[in-house]
Design a protein around this ligand. Structure first.
Ligand SMILES: [Zn+2]
Length: 278
């Protein structure tokens, strides 16, 4: 493709303690199995336990066990009373324009984790998000439910296609990636590192794709609301209240009111990158 902004330089990938343990365990098990064949049932048990730990860590969106993961803003941004509202699964032609109006009314900035395939169909809306002062980041090309089961090549394809699609539409390459439902496996971090991307999940979420109760969603998001929080809502795949209103449209104003009352400002994730330790 031509005319796209160039890819970011990669950042170094470092194995986490859990991954180092995994490699050591596998190497040790291979050696022992050759030298002491009678211990192999124990080795199988140890390896199975290790794989269970890896899987559990990948199923825990806020974990740092598989690599760096933004669950809060950098300390300097928190000290400046910043929070980050992040909005996933759009753009949605019905909901996103109304979300943009709400954000304008509150003078708030948000980060939209867009799905590449949806962005292709609503490219003008994607550009409108940026024009109104918000950021568009990468939520994969197709938002596969089985994203966390993909191997390194499958993950790379989904992430690269998302980067190219969104950069082609907005003219800016995303700097953050969020996997479907925050779920991942050990293959993800090396791919993100190669593309200079940061994994971002959240401090708190409202479960607003299945929770139809906007009171409950906003209560979950505003409970213990504090500087540095990263909050998750959805403009795409939004649940509807009993009256048929997308939940985000009722929950977001309450979140922004609570933030204003606490003296907190919502900013984009990428605006806080300068203050992040490298
Ligand atoms: Zn999603």
């Amino acid at each position: 493709m031509t005319g796209l902004p160039p890819p970011y330089p990669g950042r170094p990938w470092r194995a986490t303690p859990l991954l180092k343990l995994t490699y050591a365990l596998h190497a040790g098990a291979a050696g022992l199995a050759v030298l002491q064949p009678d211990v192999w049932p124990w080795l199988v048990g140890a390896l199975a336990g290790n794989h269970l730990a890896l899987t559990a860590t990948g199923l825990w969106p806020r974990s740092q066990g598989l690599g760096p993961n933004w669950v809060r803003l950098p300390e300097a941004a928190a000290r400046a009373n910043r929070i980050a509202v992040t909005i996933d699964d759009g753009p949605d032609p019905d909901v996103t324009p109304r979300v943009l109006d709400l954000l304008d009314r509150h003078g708030a900035r948000a980060t939209f984790f867009c799905i590449g395939e949806k962005a292709t169909h609503h490219a003008d809306l994607c550009r409108e998000i940026v024009r109104r002062g918000h950021a568009v980041e990468n939520h994969s090309q197709n938002h596969y439910k089985h994203f966390s089961l993909l191997g390194p090549r499958g993950m790379a394809r989904e992430i690269e296609a998302g980067q190219d699609t969104l950069a082609g539409i907005t003219g800016r390459r995303p700097q953050f990636f969020r996997p479907t439902a925050g779920l991942r496996n050990p293959f993800l971090e090396p791919v993100l590192a190669r593309h200079g991307l940061h994994l971002a999940t959240w401090t708190r979420r409202g479960y607003d794709t299945r929770n139809r109760d906007a009171d409950d969603v906003s209560a979950r998001l505003t409970r213990n609301l504090a500087a540095g929080d990263i909050l998750l809502l959805h403009d795409g795949n939004a649940a509807r209240t009993a009256r048929g209103v997308p939940v985000i449209l009722e929950a977001l104003p309450r979140l922004l009111d609570a933030a204003a009352a606490a003296g907190l400002n919502s900013v984009t994730l990428n605006s806080t990158l300068d203050s992040a330790p490298s």
